[in-house]
Design a protein around this ligand. Sequence first.
Ligand code: ADP
Ligand code: MG
Length: 700
Amino acid sequence: MDHLLETPIVYLKGVGPKRADLLKSELNIFTFKDLIEHYPFRYVDKSKFFKISEINGDMPSIQIEGSILSLNELGLGKSKRLVAKFSDGSSQIDLVWFKQIKWIQSSINLEKNYVVFGKPNFFNGSYSVIHPEITESEEYSKIKANFFPVYSTTDKLSRVGLNSRGISKIIINLITNLSKKIDETLSNEILRKLNLPSLHESFINIHQPSSIYQMQISSKRLKFDEFFFLQLYLLKNKLLNKKKLKGYDFKIVGTNFNNYYNNVLKYDLTNAQKRVLKEIRKDLAGSGHMNRLLQGDVGSGKTLVAILSMLISLDNGFQSCLMAPTEILAQQHYETISKELKSIGVNVQILTGSTKKSQRKVIHEKLLSGDIDILVGTHALIEDSVQFKSLGIVIIDEQHRFGVAQRGKLWKKNKLYPPHILVMTATPIPRTLSMTIYGDLDISIIDELPPGRKVVNTIWKSDRSRLQIISLMKREISLGHQIYVVFPLIEESKKLDHKNLMDGYENLIREFPLPDFQISIVHGKMTNEEKEYEMKRFVDGIANILIATTVIEVGVNVPNASVMIIESSERFGLSQLHQLRGRVGRGSDQSYCVLVSGDKLSSEAKKRLSTMVKHTDGFKISEVDLEIRGPGDLMGTQQSGIINFKIADLIKDNKILVRAREEVISLLKEDSDLSKPKNILIKNRLQSYESQKMNWGRIS
Ligand code: ADP
Ligand code: MG
């Protein structure tokens, strides 16, 4: 780290102990570096001068130059004000002050020329500027910048003179009094290649730019810096882990895989599935350890990839397990997988919280003896009592529900090496974000759906269009299809949500009476057995309609279901809506998603629903989600540390991020431990970056 920049802020000219304390508590500014990284959030363009005669009501601000003809105190009490008649030869305008009247009066010199800046007001047939910024022309000519920075600040800071202009002043103090150049962090090679200015220049010009170009190029440089070192930090760690962590070497793709692939599998893999499988096989073979995230939209065929990966493990003499977030999902995975693998004699078992004690004991024994090849289950798999003979791979479905600690427990299931890990998620996150948050994981993406899928027809309907919705339901049921009706369930409004669900159920029963129709209902107040019973009636095709709270959100596969009705859809988040819609459109017939909403919607809710109507691609939808909610909200607070940038913006500066990552990759390819002399600056900066990451706790 540049020692100069580590200087405590209290030592800066114009700061002192009181302001220093407030800078710390209000803006987390502790050092020179923190201050210089307190970037303007916008600029005011003062490159242009106007004539008073040109002023019109559309101008957000004006800058004029001239002299004061007269200065008078007018009014009494609250309307007491100081009015200056200001002229530039073309016309006249009033400058008005309500505060600091004495001080202004005493400092204005009628002999001198002034530059006036402010917002023009139209009042009683003429223009005036209230509380203008006013600078002597002579002073003004000394200021080099044309774009005046505007800084975020707080009331408390403003009260000690550190409003935006005050902050600008101390930043100018800092940059004009730097006793030496700020240490560069990037290599000459990269600076030249990307045509970026030095860090020193960028720091100065971001605060005091003399042209738009200067402002843009400095900001680009600083954004690049932020992305570059985060990516370097992540990718270097990944490289290190790869070298350090040994894993089982699955050399062969043998009998089980080939037998299943050639004789059982009814369809061809999609190109995306093939590509992903290749990536996984490459990880599994060799001495390294796989730690891979598999992203794929709902229905993209991730389960098949999981099955094939587990067969590779089996071919190499290892067991596998697959963890799902809920009982129902585990059950469904278990059924799918055991059905698929029955004919080739693979032993698949299921273990969940509701597995009977006696059965559990048998499973424990068979896992240890190696009789069980594949174990499917829920969190119950993580318990220490579950021990394997040799666990080769762990597949985790719907990653976002598993904590890091739980994953850690899995690692300890083997004596020698940890099992390979494949985390599957159907919640696509934008590449931008995965690059950043999962920058140290390998990522595979299935970006293609199996052929023959029809796009789900998404319709947004008002509460008042019940009749149309009912007639769509009747038609689909008469075609032999099934229907989901989903209600929201939010912790805070649980009672009301439950009532809405029950009301909805009553209404449906009236429209779809027994014995012609069967309705299943699943909600949080039922026991697991009751839920399972109701769910099974739907999965088995007995019930025409399943009405439920969001429990069916993830995973369940009923290809015969053709309609998804989402009640109070304005209360769901985008990724949830997308997940729910993914439950239909799994068969070959046209299916529908009906978003039912109230009429009075927030603009965000409108945006969510119209996005659902417009887009079907989960990645596209997650990008909109990111735009609406911002990265912090999207990922929850745990990861927000990683995405707190000072100047860069994950969404807007995506191109710079991609470029920075490319540069990091090529740098590490050429000089993986940064030992070449030309990369010494980068190495130094990375070191301080790493220790900074450790000290994250400093910020309250
Ligand atoms: P998800 O990625 O949501 O877990 P699934 O693995 O459940 O998706 O797959 C959805 C459906 O697509 C399943 O019925 C599966 O059998 C089918 N499927 C998967 N891969 C293919 C393929 N390559 N061709 C045709 N159908 C496929
Ligand atoms: Mg799935």
